[in-house]
Design a protein around this ligand. Structure first.
Ligand code: HSE
Length: 437
């Protein structure tokens, strides 16, 4: 289809799982994209590390490949730079250069946005350029645009998400089969969900980067990965999952970003990533397999749920293509995407002030006064006990205690004190409980 308008020219940085799907979609949907934008999209270069690598039947002119990413970004005939390489450098240099020169940027780079989004946003302001990054969080799910645009008339109070597919697959499998973490991780690796080195996923680094991006958008405040409290899910055991079931709960690796008053009453932001028990009736509990979902609460809108595929080449490419269309339309219309909204400058509340509930499983000596002593430790730290379950074995017993909400610091101090008691043989697990059990 000819639109009569000159093409919007694209440079692609990276041609791996996501990049090759971007190329394929640009080719397969060229006619529709032209009709939707009002001008054709033209891929003018693809920067890769190994241009000679076989790329199957990728519908692209091999002459477009180059190893000189910076040279490609600087070319005068490039309007939009698409980055799907990841990592901090050299991506930051490429994108800063592009934005500063007034080129639109579409990126999926969560690590860069979470660690140093400020540099990109500042470059976008300097160059009066678009910076789009829908694919950086939760793959195909349209989530950042709703936070960045649709909800800008509202006040978001809390964002709770399952934003890592690998760990959701592992925890869903542990819940369904009773398997331990190691066995479920092996299954996830065999099926291609988990990477050979799963650290970024299972230790929560991936989710923490996404949490920082979500919190920044939701609360109009710059939040970096370093601001996010992070605890991985490798310590979740089959016994924890069984105990969660007894309480009518399941365990998920959650990212939770919320705004509210700190201990001095000042409005602030708290962002954390950790495994938590949630009731099976919670909308996030039914999110299985490697799916992602994000639950947003806003003052006027109430509760919203976004659900879909959070990873994979084609779903992530869908989000990238949406951003390319938006950036191309803006260029044709001579307008810009909404720029960064960070006017609120809310302080970050330390994890110790986050009000949570704990599920604590203790192995104790089974004799008189033990329960009273244990309960006394909770009372000393002003933590109220909601339920206690005891199961016995000879001279020993297991106590499972669930608390009411209390500042995380009080709960942590309670656990520390419990550890030092002679009658406590071991603390088998400590898990947070979320979502109104
Ligand atoms: N490794 C991530 C996940 C996908 O398992 O969800 C990319 O962010």
């Amino acid at each position: 289809m000819s639109s009569g308008k000159p093409a919007v020219r694209l440079a692609l940085l990276g041609c791996g799982t996501v990049g090759s799907e971007v190329v394929r979609l640009l080719h397969d949907q060229a006619e529709d994209l032209t009709a939707r934008i009002g001008a054709p999209l033209e891929l003018v270069g693809i920067a890769v590390r190994r241009p000679g690598r076989r790329r199957g039947d990728l519908p692209v002119d091999p002459g477009l490949f180059t190893t000189d990413a910076l040279g490609l970004v600087k070319r005068d005939d490039v309007d939009v730079v698409i980055e799907v390489v990841g990592g901090i450098e050299p991506s930051r240099t490429w994108l800063t250069e592009a934005l500063g020169a007034g080129k639109s940027v579409v990126t999926a780079n969560k690590a860069l946005l979470a660690e140093d989004g400020a540099t990109l946003h500042d470059a976008a302001t300097r160059g009066d350029a678009d910076l789009y990054y829908e694919a950086s969080v939760a793959g195909a799910i349209p989530l950042l645009r709703p936070l960045r645009e649709s909800l800008h008339g509202d006040r978001v109070t809390r964002v709770t998400g399952i934003v890592n597919g690998t760990t959701n697959f592992i925890l869903s499998s542990m819940d369904a089969t009773g398997a331990g973490f190691g066995e479920a991780l092996e299954e996830a690796t065999d099926l291609g969900y988990a990477e050979a080195d799963p650290t970024a996923d299972v230790e929560g680094f991936d989710a923490a980067a996404k949490a920082a991006i979500l919190a920044s958008l939701a609360f109009h405040t710059r939040v970096t990965a370093a601001d996010v409290f992070r605890e991985g899910m490798t310590g979740v055991t089959a016994a924890d999952v069984a105990s969660a079931k007894e309480m009518g709960c399941t365990i998920k690796l959650l990212c939770i970003a919320e705004r509210g008053p700190d201990s001095t009453g000042q409005e602030s932001v708290s962002v954390r990533v950790h495994p938590a028990m949630i009731p099976r009736s919670h909308p996030l509990a039914s999110v299985g397999d490697a799916f992602n979902a994000v639950f947003v609460e806003a003052e006027a809108a109430g509760q919203l749920m976004f659900y879909g595929r959070g990873a994979g080449g084609t779903p992530t490419a869908s989000a990238v293509l949406g951003d390319i269309v938006a950036a191309a339309r803006n260029r044709l219309a001579g307008t810009r995407a909404p720029s960064e909204s960070a006017y609120a400058h809310l302080p970050i509340r330390p994890i110790g002030e986050a009000v949570t509930r704990y599920h604590i499983s203790l192995d104790v000596a089974d004799r008189q006064g033990v329960l009273a002593t244990v309960a006394g430790v909770f009372a000393k730290h002003e933590v109220s006990i909601a339920t206690v379950r005891q199961s016995g074995r000879d001279e020993d017993a297991t106590l499972v205690i669930v608390t009411h909400g209390a500042p995380d610091a009080n709960l942590a101090a309670t656990v520390e004190d419990l550890r030092s008691l002679d009658i406590v043989r071991s603390i088998a697990s400590v898990l947070r409980v979320e979502g109104g059990v």
